[in-house]
Design a protein around this ligand. Structure first.
Ligand code: SF4
Length: 202
């Protein structure tokens, strides 16, 4: 794990959380660069190589977050768990901001988090320790096998962890049918949609 006082950043922006349990809430997004997972359908492949993005200090990131006026800060990627996120989250928590993490759980999770959304990926398995920290398990669905694969993780998450199935955007018509069929028979699972893409916002 790399030291977290300086972090590679692909972009920072104010938007609305589009998917999962916090859908609809305004948030400041910090998209860290660098990912070692390699999902074939990834929609942020530009984030993969950290060397292509500027390094920013925790203080710069904090000031930008404060200037946004948002109370919720989403740290996403890329795979943000590649970095020690204690320095960043300590700084955000000192200012009473809500810290939300989006991760595949394939690297050790560090930091102080109010909400951890763990979306496991077939390309690099999540750590069971990371699954145990998740507030939300979000399985991306392209086909029926993705659901049976995702069910295996339920035994590793806490009893309060919220369970979501989300259609992969490019396969959303077929995947949505599969998901609706499943959740009507398994109502402990919920549907997550990428509403920011339907709204055509970042
Ligand atoms: Fe893309 Fe996320 Fe998969 Fe990394 S983990 S390849 S950023 S979808």
């Amino acid at each position: 794990m790399k030291l977290g006082n300086q972090l590679p950043v692909m972009e920072e922006f104010l938007s609305v959380q589009g998917e999962g349990a916090n859908t609809g809430q305004v948030a400041w997004f910090i998209r860290l660069a660098g990912c070692d997972v390699g999902c074939t359908w990834c929609d942020v492949k530009d984030s993969w190589d950290a060397k292509n993005h500027p390094i920013k200090t925790v203080d710069e990131l904090l000031q930008n977050a404060l200037s946004s006026g948002a109370k919720n800060i989403v740290v996403t990627g890329g795979e943000p768990a590649l970095y020690d996120l204690f320095p960043l989250t300590n700084a955000l928590k000192k200012h009473h901001l809500n810290t939300w993490l989006e991760t595949s759980g394939s690297s050790k999770i560090t930091g102080l988090w109010d909400w951890i959304c763990l979306s496991p990926k077939k390309f690099k398995a999540p750590l069971s320790e990371a699954l145990g920290l998740a507030h939300e398990l979000k399985v991306i669905v392209l086909n029926k096998h993705d659901i049976s694969w995702g069910l295996d993780f339920v035994k590793h998450v806490s009893s309060t962890c919220q369970l979501y199935l989300q259609p992969e955007w490019d396969k959303r018509d077929k995947a949505s049918e599969i998901i609706i069929d499943f959740v009507t028979k398994n109502p402990n699972w919920r549907v997550s949609l990428q509403t920011h893409k339907y709204l055509d916002i970042q």
